[in-house]
Design a protein around this ligand. Structure first.
Ligand code: NAI
Length: 295
């Protein structure tokens, strides 16, 4: 089972980043998103391509991009996925949206196509409710980390029904073609890395409030000083997306019965449209070359 063409549905932070990764390995991608509101129905997917190009893409790819990437939208162009060997879903972290998409995919993909979800926190068994046995055999979780081109880990989450050959095909592609280190995770809430990572984030924010620390102080304490210059708490939060963080924290609270909730002020940030790097401002704001902490 060889993967020669990859479909990616969802051209946001992760979908576009994974597209860049796959294309940089010379494997063609079909990238779909929701239809645009304006004249160009493929605008959201095209924005994803722009984002992919910004992720330090090898220069030669720039002019050759059309050869490797085909864009579209999920209403008009699902048929573009029919010759893909692997279709990765990276749409918004909402169970209803993901399930709805799988129902549509089921009628379109070739019978041997592998389907995977990049979900951070939703259990596979919930995603698969209502799907046929054939679909279930070709399905697993493939959890990439942000930014996908630079973070090495790929969590693989098979279900008891996943065909071992499909799992092996993705493991081999992930390791040999995409250069990832893979780890098998159980279908448990948050899998491995997010169960720990979100727990760490929640505890850090609670301690911050208790001790009256600022965003800069927390990042100074949780970044460079711990040997993680690029992984300080709030810088990572902006990279992830504050909306995504909130959805994942909520999902983890519901799934585990434990308290993963983020404080009210983080909810307010998201409600005001400050979602992190994708909107230019989150915990921090980019002004030209300068990065400022917002109050
Ligand atoms: P995002 O908010 O940047 O992008 C989501 C994209 O999905 C948007 O472009 C939106 O237009 C599109 N979309 C919504 N409904 C759709 C539909 N029905 N069909 C096609 N496209 C649709 O979200 P992000 O951060 O890329 O997250 C995507 C998935 O990856 C989520 O499941 C998230 O939990 C997961 N993830 C996110 C990480 C992060 O650091 N942001 C890290 C690892 C996983």
């Amino acid at each position: 089972m060889r993967i020669k063409k990859v479909g990616i549905v969802g051209a946001g932070t992760m979908g576009s980043g994974i597209a860049a990764l796959v294309i940089s390995a010379g494997v063609p991608v079909v990238l779909l998103d929701i239809p645009g509101q304006g004249e160009d129905r493929n605008e959201p997917a095209k924005k994803g391509v722009e984002r992919a190009l910004k992720s330090r893409f090898p220069a030669f790819m720039d002019k050759d991009l059309a050869r490797y990437i085909e864009v579209g939208n999920i209403e008009d162009d699902l048929a573009k996925l029919k010759d893909c060997d692997w279709v990765l879903e990276a749409v918004v972290e909402r169970l209803d949206v993901k399930r709805d998409l799988y129902a549509k995919l089921e009628g379109v993909l070739k019978p041997t196509a592998i389907v995977s979800s990049n979900t951070s926190s939703i259990p596979m068994r919930h995603l698969l409710e209502g799907r046929s046995e054939a679909f279930r055999r070709r399905f697993l979780g493939t959890h990439f980390f942000n930014p996908p081109r630079f973070l090495k880990l790929l969590e693989l989450i098979p279900t008891p029904e996943t065909d071992p050959e499909a799992l092996e095909a993705i493991r081999r592609f992930g390791e040999r073609i995409l250069g990832k280190g893979t780890v098998l995770a159980k279908d448990a809430p948050g899998f491995i890395a997010n169960r720990l990572g979100v727990f760490g984030m929640v505890q850090t924010l609670r301690l911050m409030e208790r001790h009256g620390l600022t965003i800069d102080e927390v990042d100074a304490l949780t970044g460079e000083l711990l040997g993680r210059p690029k992984s300080a708490t709030f810088r990572t939060g902006d990279l992830t997306g504050i909306d995504v963080l909130l959805l994942v924290a909520r999902e983890l609270s519901e799934a585990t019965g434990e308290d993963f909730r983020l404080p009210e002020w983080v909810e307010r940030l998201a409600a005001s449209g400050r979602l992190g790097d994708k909107t230019g401002a989150g915990f921090y704001k980019k002004e030209g070359e300068e990065i400022l902490t917002l109050d």
